[in-house]
Design a protein around this ligand. Structure first.
Ligand code: ARG
Length: 594
């Protein structure tokens, strides 16, 4: 039963020969008066030359004339011309009793499911995961799950940063520090040599060391560039060493992301696109889209009118434009591939393997220019078909309480593992206040859930403040509050062996719960349209707090009227299911005790 659609259908048929293109209904902003409202009469009054209230009254008269069946809705016209709609209790009860058996809990799926490919997580091999790597998996995972709930077919790929300069830097530094001697011995059989003297800790020391040195030592940087090229061209022993470092790193990355409930269908990396790079570059050359500039191969992506045209040197030369949109670089001065090259080649690879309708990239907002360039290049070259949507979802920075990017006390980078550790520790403390000790997994679920909810309840594009105490509060707009509500319902239901009866809505507090379920269900669509989970978080919280009001005012288990008790229990089941589904979508675990 789609309540909103039923209301719309009634209004449309009562509008008779009016043009109903502009007819819509929204949730009422005066909930004490009605549940939905429509400003249709106001929108069309000018073109009809009639007063809005008269149009509204006419529509309502028509509804009353046509209404034969038992009434589900009450319509009224109010000045200056609103149509107010109140859902009758019997319709709300029917909605609940249907919902309990509906797998998607009344959430409307998209009319046309699409294949959507998610690119998020984006960790870099050899570099340790730090706080800066939190938002992409958190937001990406939730968006992916949201699309799944809405009926799309989803794929996810971590798109590891595994082919860039950091690889050359790391191998070079390891070599200088003597870790790789065996690989460089004469006639060494590289496939037989193991890298067991190198651990994650070694990498965590070596890469930062190399990264610092490249900024002050020109020769070192040049050599690292060369090593990077060797790796990209699969030259031994560099390539084998690189592969081993990659494996070591990826294992650790997956473990860390699993702690955050983030799972990927694929852990492809930039390097997996390498078989497509030559073909990619060739297309740009064949279509005369790329040209040489200072030894590099570049593509002008600025659009006509957007920028100043550069005078053509010959007739068949494509028109080029000056900055501010800088050209995308496909090949470096030394023939090395760049971030943009692998991203364009990756689109070619994904289209060959999956031909998705949309590819969604979740990275921080500093990469906006990069993606704009990559998207423009891919469209220009026809590597991404015209109808394919390429979307960058840029997110803001996670700041500390001082409003600056979150750092350690001494100003250093906070490792991702440390953040998760902090969250678990704080959750353990909170749990022990409630008499629960020694349950680390429960503490992880609560701690990580707290952070994820804290993150996702902000609009994705904005910076937000990481505040463990606020995130972990058991009351307020927090993850733990939602988890707590579910745990509370679980405890009620377990006392009656999870039995319940038909739901009969008759009190305001019950109505309020159902209206909040309707709002939650529409928040899925809003979040889907906005590529941001904040509406879903807010609506989830509103439902949980509507339930708390009911809970505080009713003794559910000891209710004497059995019909009433069983109905309340049915409502409990519905709220639990709706909250669990919303948390699942956000990538947050439910818990059964707290
Ligand atoms: N590895 C990149 C980084 O750390 C993120 C990858 C995002 N995805 C992509 N297809 N470029 O910035």
């Amino acid at each position: 039963m789609n309540i909103k659609q039923e209301i719309l259908d009634i209004l449309i048929s009562a509008s008779e020969d009016l043009n109903t293109e502009k007819l819509s209904v929204v949730f009422s902003n005066r909930p004490e008066l009605c549940d939905y409202q429509s400003n249709f009469a106001m929108l069309i009054s000018k073109e009809l030359g009639e007063k809005p209230i008269e149009i509204a009254e006419k529509i309502i008269k028509n509804i009353q004339k046509n209404q034969k069946k038992a009434q589900k809705f009450q319509f009224s016209a109010v000045l200056p011309g609103f149509i107010n709609i109140k859902i009758c209790d019997n319709a709300l009860s029917e909605f609940c009793n249907d919902l309990i058996h509906d797998e998607n809990l009344g959430i409307e799926k998209v009319a046309k499911p699409r294949k959507v490919f998610f690119d998020y997580g984006g960790a870099n091999v050899a570099k340790e995961l730090h706080v800066g790597h939190l938002r992409s998996p958190i937001v990406g995972e939730a968006l992916k799950r949201l699309h799944y709930i809405m009926g799309d077919v989803v794929y996810s790929d971590m798109h590891l940063g595994d082919f860039g300069l950091q690889m050359g830097l790391t191998v070079l530094q390891l070599k200088i520090d003597g870790y790789l001697d065996k690989f460089f011995e004469k006639n060494a059989d590289v496939s037989k040599i193991s890298l067991d003297n190198v651990t994650l800790d070694t990498l965590n020391d070596e890469y930062p060391k190399a990264s610092k040195r490249k900024d002050i030592d020109e020769d070192f940087k040049k050599q690292a560039d060369e090593y990077t090229l060797f790796i990209q061209q699969k030259i031994e022993p560099y390539y084998t060493i690189y592969k081993k470092i990659r494996d070591l790193s990826v294992e650790e990355i997956i473990k860390n992301y699993n702690l955050l409930n983030c799972g990927f269908d694929f852990c492809y990396g930039e390097s997996d696109a390498s078989p497509f790079i030559d073909k990619t570059v060739q297309i740009f050359l064949d279509k005369k889209l790329a040209h040489e500039s200072d030894g590099a191969l570049v593509v002008d992506v600025a659009r006509e009118g957007e920028h100043i045209p550069i005078p053509k040197k010959s007739e068949d030369e494509p028109q080029r434009y000056k900055n501010p949109m800088p050209p995308a670089i496909l090949k470096k001065y030394n023939g090395g591939d760049l971030y943009a090259t692998t991203d364009i080649a990756t689109i070619m690879m994904r289209n060959k393997d999956f031909s998705p309708d949309e590819i969604i990239y979740v990275t921080d907002n500093r990469q906006s220019l990069h993606f704009e360039q990559v998207f423009r290049c891919s469209k220009l070259a026809g590597i991404s078909p015209e109808k394919q949507k390429l979307t960058h979802v840029p997110f803001g920075t996670m700041n500390g309480k001082d409003g600056r990017p979150f750092k350690t006390r001494s100003g250093g980078v906070v490792r991702l593992k440390e953040v998760v550790g902090m969250l678990i520790q704080s959750a353990e403390k909170k749990l022990s206040d409630n008499g629960i000790v020694g349950d680390k997994e429960l503490a992880r679920r609560i701690g990580v859930g707290a952070m994820k909810f804290g993150d996702l309840s902000n609009s994705v594009a904005k910076d937000y403040c990481f505040d463990i105490d606020k995130f972990l509060a058991f009351d307020g707009k927090t993850g733990p509050y939602i988890q707590y509500t579910i745990a509370r319902i679980n405890s009620i239901l377990s006392k009656v062996d999870f039995k319940y009866g038909d739901v009969i809505i008759e009190e305001n507090e019950e109505r309020d719960i159902v209206i909040n379920i309707l709002k939650l269900n529409s928040a899925y669509q809003i979040s889907y349209d906005n590529y941001s989970l904040n509406s879903l978080c807010l609506a989830t919280f509103d439902l949980a707090s509507a339930f708390s009001t009911l809970y505080n005012n009713h003794k559910i288990i000891t209710e004497k009227n059995i019909k009433k008790r069983d109905s309340l229990l049915g409502l409990c089941v519905i709220v639990k299911k709706c909250l669990e589904k919303a948390l699942w979508t956000l990538g947050i675990d439910s818990v059964d005790k707290m």
